[in-house]
Design a protein around this ligand. Structure first.
Ligand code: NAD
Ligand code: IPM
Ligand code: MN
Length: 368
């Protein structure tokens, strides 16, 4: 078959540690399924600021554009927190998302077997959680005009939240399409009681909904949604929302599953190159200790296999292996508890590879 070119951006903090485990798993995919990957490493984030004074060097951006997919671990850390905006590691993410036009960010949250007690919520509340946040990723307050002014009586800062109906329509349509392939339930989250951009958002959802009469749609205000996610999380199927609401709510869904170290994501546009990264950040508090959970990174690689390459069976094999390792009781520190088998980052990756050895084409339910 063809060689798939993958741009590998390990980034900062725990990034390099978890990336190594994902690459291990992808090499196993090559062995088992006869696929072949060409990995090219690129600099991004704080490390790139330190080395070349640019969080997203031109070289990295062109590498990504020339690749079939981008795997990114995480960027950022306290070292760069007081840098000016253009020299912040996070700029690498925003630049990649915008340059590759990756407006659709898919963030699945599923309760895995054996993790019923891992959430801070009661097991009967999180039982059956299987939802997908579809987050708009290239618009809204992240990309609107910003300014800082010095007024007579002190400083003033502005961030602008802008959406064109075109931007809303493409993400909403995508969410409807996805909902159609799932339990056919779509929750659109906004703040239409206050924000004009939300009122536009809501009207677009209602218009597009006419093309999807088979999908049940509800509008929920973001504050209420934050509560309902804790109250009745298993009721949610697909949640579609704007950039910042999606950022916040997706971290909240992490706690339904037990750890943010379990949440993968896919960022997609209309083009060929998708970007795959965990929902979590660079976890500076545990970096360099070999204790980070690599599952989110490994599951992001599985999403890449599915969405960018169409390798459905390989994707399912990876997901099944991660489920197996967790169901067998192996836990990184973020999930460790009574009766579990504590493992480090590397050992978890090895266990996933080992579980893949035992893979038989008897696919369980895929993650999405
Ligand atoms: P974080 O997600 O990095 O960490 C939050 C908490 O979760 C920490 O206690 C951390 O130890 C834990 N955690 C996160 N991932 C884990 C994993 N895989 N295994 C075990 N525990 C894990 O969020 P933060 O502390 O708010 O941000 C740290 C830095 O990461 C900041 O600079 C932020 O801008 C950046 N960030 C980057 C990305 C990204 O690169 N995609 C995403 C979010 C935050
Ligand atoms: C995420 C992160 C990023 C975001 C930051 C680091 C720019 O929190 O991917 O969720 O807010 O989008
Ligand atoms: Mn986030």
């Amino acid at each position: 078959g063809t060689v798939k070119k993958i741009a590998v951006l390990p980034g900062d903090g725990i990034g390099p540690e978890i990336m190594e485990e994902a690459l291990k798993v992808l090499r196993k995919v090559e062995d088992l399924f006869g696929h072949s990957f060409q990995f090219t490493f690129g600099m991004a984030g704080g490390g790139a600021v330190d080395r070349v004074g640019n969080p997203l060097p031109e070289e990295t951006l062109s590498l990504c554009k020339q690749s079939d997919a981008v795997l990114l671990a995480a960027v950022g850390g306290p070292k760069w927190d007081n840098n000016p905006p253009e020299l912040r590691p996070e700029q690498a993410l925003l630049g990649l998302r915008k340059s590759l036009n990756l407006y659709a960010n898919l963030r699945p949250a599923v309760l895995f077997e054996g993790l019923e007690n891992a959430s801070t919520l009661k097991p009967e509340v999180v039982k059956g959680v299987d939802l997908l946040v579809v987050r708009e990723l290239t618009g809204g307050i992240y990309f609107g005009e910003k300014k800082r002014e010095r007024l007579e009586d002190g400083q003033q800062a502005t961030d602008t939240l802008v959406y064109h109906e075109r931007e809303v329509e493409r993400i909403v349509r995508r969410a409807f399409e996805i909902a159609r392939g799932r339990r056919k339930k779509l929750t659109s989250v906004d703040k239409a009681n206050i924000l004009e951009s939300s009122r536009l958002w809501r009207s677009v959802v209602d218009r597009v909904a006419r093309d999807y009469p088979d999908v049940q749609v509800e509008h929920v205000l973001v504050d209420n949604c934050a509560m309902q996610l804790i109250r009745r999380p298993a009721d949610f199927d697909v949640i579609v929302t704007e950039n910042m609401f999606g950022d916040i709510l997706s971290d909240e869904t992490a706690m339904l599953t037990g750890s943010i170290g379990l949440l993968p994501s896919a960022s997609l546009g209309e083009g060929m190159t998708g970007l795959y990264e965990p929902v979590h950040g660079s976890a500076p508090d545990i970096a360099g200790q070999g204790v980070a959970n690599p599952a989110a990174m490994i599951l992001s690689a599985a999403m890449m296999l599915r969405h960018s390459f169409g390798y459905e069976e390989a994707a399912t094999a990876v997901e099944q292996a991660v489920r197996k390792v967790l169901a067998d009781g192996h836990r990184t520190a973020d999930l460790a508890g009574p009766g579990t088998l504590a493992v480090g980052t590397e050992e978890f990756g090895d266990l996933v590879v080992e579980a893949m050895n035992a893979y038989e084409p008897d696919p369980k339910v895929p993650l999405e």
